[in-house]
Write a new protein. Structure first.
Length: 365
């Protein structure tokens, strides 16, 4: 037998899957097959899902969101099923949320929302439909997740830093979409991993309804701020805080994770200056442990004759305390180059062996 043709031509040229919702196939029905109404208990979303590329054995995750007419996310559900080899009509049954009327709901179906399947084309994985057949959303699509920041006792900490046993944890959730302002803690989650004997230690979801929780609705800039303080003091050990937030459109932040430690025995565990020598600005730092900070804490800077040239103040806290010096006097005059002496004042706890309250700073010009 003789085969005709180009032997270099591939039999199946596709190297990746290409999952897509076939155009015009997305429909909404009640469980009995009629058009959905607000009184129905459920809504059935149906669509033809095709694979125009290589077959994949990876499970297909489908995310379905229901929006109100102003863009607020009403409900979000996930379904996991085998990916079709070529094409298949899929049905997803959702609880009918009665907070919006039957003609005031919009649905968005997205295939593989977390991009777990490497596809040749990703732009054909999402489609929208309204309860009365609209195929576009009546509001600007919001695809940008909010930003989340966390501070302990008024300061952003480094990974592994010491904090007080009852830290005030401030969370900022900032969203660029100023049409949908956050009015409560819905979509904000805090988890704490406590020290334990057998790792991995479990995460505990923190309640945002306790007496140590304070928050205010977002203003015109859509910056939502929450303050959390544990009811009971944390015991000594290493902890992990995990914070996750989402905006009113359902976009989730990247998880914010930070490790911190608690040590209730009061000590001064470290001091230092960096950079040293310096030209423009240097940082002086002191690290304290314990249950509460000193009443006052300051750094005095003197020249070689012992004359006081600058005093640096700041609120004292358990953990890292730091001051920045730009080589000027208390009056703002630039000091000459040379060697200066610093001394930490107000320390009310023992020093760890090898730690000193005084040292030298070299100022270059």
């Amino acid at each position: 037998m003789t085969l005709q043709g180009d032997p270099a031509a591939p039999v199946f040229p596709f190297t990746k899957p290409d999952l897509a919702i076939a155009a015009g196939t997305l429909t909404l029905r009640s469980a009995n097959g009629s058009l959905p109404t607000n009184s129905a208990d459920s809504v059935v979303v149906s669509a033809v899902v095709a694979n125009y590329g290589r077959v994949t054995n990876s499970p297909l995750v489908v995310r379905i969101r229901r929006f109100a007419t102003d863009g607020r996310l009403i409900r979000e559900e996930y379904f996991v099923q085998p990916a079709p080899f070529y094409a298949d009509t899929l049905h997803w049954k959702l609880h009918n949320d009665h907070s919006t009327g039957s003609n005031e709901a919009y649905f968005e179906v997205m295939l593989d929302p977390d991009n777990r399947i490497a596809e040749s084309i990703e732009t054909n994985n999402i489609v929208q439909i309204g309860a009365v057949g609209q195929t576009t959303l009546p509001f600007p699509a919001d695809k940008i997740p909010p930003l989340i920041e966390v501070a302990f006792d008024g300061r952003r900490i480094g990974d592994g830093d010491i904090v007080s046993p009852r830290p005030v944890i401030d969370v900022l959730l900032q969203d660029e979409n100023t049409r949908l302002l956050r009015s409560d803690t819905t979509g904000l989650e805090l988890y704490l991993q406590r020290p334990c004997r057998a790792e991995p230690c479990p995460y505990e979801r923190l309640s945002l309804r306790g007496k140590g929780v304070f928050w205010t609705p977002a203003g015109p800039d859509n910056a939502f701020r929450l303050s959390y303080q544990p009811d009971n003091a944390l015991t000594d050990g290493r902890y992990t805080l995990l914070a996750i937030g989402s905006d009113m459109s359902g976009n989730r932040t990247l998880p914010y994770q930070i490790h911190f430690s608690v040590k209730t025995e009061p000590e001064l565990t470290g001091t230092g200056v960096y950079p040293n020598p310096f030209t423009g600005q240097t940082r002086i730092f002191v690290t304290l442990t314990g249950q509460s900070p000193p009443t006052t804490l300051s750094v005095r800077i003197m020249d070689q004759t012992g004359r006081l040239v600058r005093t640096l103040h700041g609120p004292a806290r358990v953990g890292l305390n730091e001051w920045f010096w730009d080589g000027t006097s208390d009056g703002g005059a630039a000091l000459p180059a040379g060697v200066y002496i610093y001394a930490v004042a107000g320390v009310d706890r023992p020093l760890v062996s090898g730690v000193r309250l005084t040292g030298h700073i070299i100022l270059n010009r």
